[in-house]
Design a protein around this ligand. Structure first.
Ligand code: F3S
Length: 284
């Protein structure tokens, strides 16, 4: 039996940078209290380790008061403009680990809406990255999360729209969504802001899943890019498993298995991928 592990699996550039920032601060922060705005990564193992080292996760700026001092780290998804302002007012030192690819979307949205364009963000409205992107629009802004919603979109067809996407959106669905808007007569300027790391990961996962008899996707339960990988792989391989750690893996393999494929979301540490890989290699 062959086991194929995706080359583009695990931490992406932005997540690596954010996680390293927290560990660097723990080492060099001279005992200052460290906060992260939301869990730094959608991975309970890493967040648990940081908690043990004294890092506190803040979910709302109102949890902070002026008596606190220390450093707050903004994670790779970024935050809304309002939250950023509140964090500044809190008096904490801010380290902004927003991924540069997300920052680029903030800039596009800000500039395009200042030019009078309405903005369409293709993504999940309640995802923190999308909430951040939306906050940079100074005019009208809409979120569409699927081709079906594009069919139902009923705003003014005479306006000019700029369309961006959540960095981890499924690229096929993004293409379908913008095609529907175009076919329905909307005047749209499309900026595909799906990040390269996501694109490579999705393409490679799909290719492996096409050949695999069993496919394992490792990722955090709340990680949107991992769930999208699962979605893509399950279309190509009916025996696709979504796990967070090796403990969740209960392989029920019947029939002949020639190839097991493994991929992982952007927030999955290397050691978890290796554990799963070793387990599959030695037990099947
Ligand atoms: Fe950045 Fe792309 Fe990762 S936007 S956080 S490099 S998935």
């Amino acid at each position: 039996m062959e086991v194929v592990v995706a080359e583009h699996a695990g931490f992406c550039f932005g997540v690596t940078k954010a996680v390293e920032t927290v560990y660097d601060q723990l080492e060099s922060g001279e005992g200052k209290k460290i906060y992260t705005y939301g869990p730094i990564i959608h991975n309970e193992t890493v967040v648990g380790d940081l908690e043990k080292r004294g890092v506190k996760v803040i979910e709302d700026p109102d949890e902070l008061d002026a008596s606190q001092n220390g450093t707050i780290i903004i994670r790779s998804h970024g935050v809304t403009k309002e939250v950023h302002k509140k964090l500044e007012e809190s008096g904490l030192d801010i380290i902004d680990a927003t991924c540069p690819f997300v920052k680029r979307i903030h800039k596009i949205v800000d500039e395009e809406s200042n030019k009078g364009k309405s903005i369409i963000v293709v993504g999940s409205a309640n995802h923190p990255e999308v909430e951040g992107i939306v906050s940079y629009a100074t005019g009208k802004v809409y979120v569409i999360d699927s081709p079906q919603r594009a069919q139902e979109f009923s705003e003014n067809v005479d306006e000019e729209y700029t369309v961006v996407s959540q960095t981890t959106f499924n690229k096929k669905k993004f293409q379908e969504t913008v095609e529907i808007l175009e076919n329905r007569g909307y005047n749209i300027n499309i900026v595909n802001t799906i990040c390269n790391a996501t694109d490579e990961r999705q393409t490679e996962a799909e290719q492996i899943a096409k050949k695999a008899d069993v496919m394992i996707v490792i990722g955090g339960a709340h990680s949107s890019n991992s769930r999208k990988l699962y979605e893509i792989c399950s279309k190509e391989c009916e025996n696709t498993y979504f796990i967070q750690t090796l403990d969740d893996l209960h392989l029920d393999i019947s029939g002949e298995v020639k190839l097991v494929g493994i991929t992982a979301g952007a927030s999955t540490p290397r050691n978890i991928i290796e554990e799963v890989q070793n387990y599959v290699r030695t037990n099947f």
